[in-house]
Design a protein around this ligand. Structure first.
Ligand code: ADP
Length: 258
């Protein structure tokens, strides 16, 4: 394996993401695992298996639990840093995670101009699709494939994830095609995220990150809702961890250069 110069850990509420980068900032190693109830021992085990003497940048919901991190930075800062590598200039980052979503507007240098976050309500986050996927006994990764097969959309009107789940189940039970209902569910999520984005003065280009960015239907629906083209970088779920790794590498360089 190529020599790892810095490590980034994004300890999210749904998934823990770890990346190792080389000196050019390219990802040479990564790992994604579901977050367990016992996050601290889980993180300790992950760290035990990582190369030593490499700076570690930590972020995410459990970022403060990483005792031996070289630097701990906010999710907003790390996501902007990671996304700026791809945007290479000003733009907007829309991150849809498991239990929150954020919109961050960045400037030419990748510095945050403005941001907003939804972490109070599951609607507008990955959890919105997940709860219904569980009820339908379908892996969340398959949900987009169902939606793609639909020839129409059934409107899901509940704004709350819990009510939307019941609404979807009852519509399917009443004979609505599952594909059309699932497509409607995707639309409800895309509209929620789009309205969060529209609460800011967003600037193109828009980059979509977070686990849900792997869902192509959400990407294309967001493009429709926002009337803007959206970039999905390779490994969108790793943006925060990548940003944390870069920040830790830069902070180490600063210390060494002092
Ligand atoms: P967090 O940082 O909040 O832990 P992540 O950015 O890691 O969240 O994203 C996790 C979310 O991404 C989960 O809700 C999961 O269901 C969702 N997800 C992961 N892969 C896919 C996929 N292929 N399609 C749709 N959702 C996905």
């Amino acid at each position: 394996m190529e020599r790892i110069k810095a490590i980034g850990i994004d300890a999210g509420s749904t998934a823990i993401k770890v990346v190792g980068i080389n000196e050019k900032g390219n990802i040479v190693f990564y790992k994604v695992e579901p977050t367990s109830f016992q996050m601290k021992p889980q993180l300790e085990k992950i760290i035990e298996e990582l190369p030593k003497d490499v700076p570690i940048g930590a972020t995410g919901y459990g970022g403060d639990l990483i005792g031996n991190a070289t630097i701990t930075a906010s999710e907003i800062r790390c996501h902007s840093k990671g996304a700026h590598l791809f945007l290479k200039g000003p733009g907007t980052v829309i991150d849809i995670g498991g239990q929150d979503s954020k919109v961050i507007v960045i400037d030419q240098e990748g510095e945050v101009i403005d941001f907003t976050m939804n972490d109070k309500c599951a609607a507008g986050t990955g959890r919105f699709l997940e709860t219904t996927a569980w009820r339908l006994k379908t892996p969340v990764e398959e949900m987009a494939r169902f939606a793609e097969k639909a020839d129409r959309e059934v409107q899901v009107s509940s704004v709350c994830a819990v009510f939307a789940e019941s609404e979807v189940i009852s519509m399917v039970a009443k004979g609505e095609p599952m594909e059309a209902v699932i497509k409607g569910l995707h639309r409800a999520l895309a509209k929620r995220v789009a309205s969060l984005a529209q609460s800011l003065n967003i600037i193109p280009p828009i980059l979509l990150s977070g686990g849900v960015a792997q869902n192509p239907v959400i990407k294309s629906m967001l493009e429709e809702e926002l009337k803007e083209k959206i970039i999905v970088p390779p490994y969108p779920q790793l943006m925060g961890a990548l940003g944390a790794a870069i920040i830790s590498m830069e902070s180490k360089t600063k210390v060494t250069n002092r």
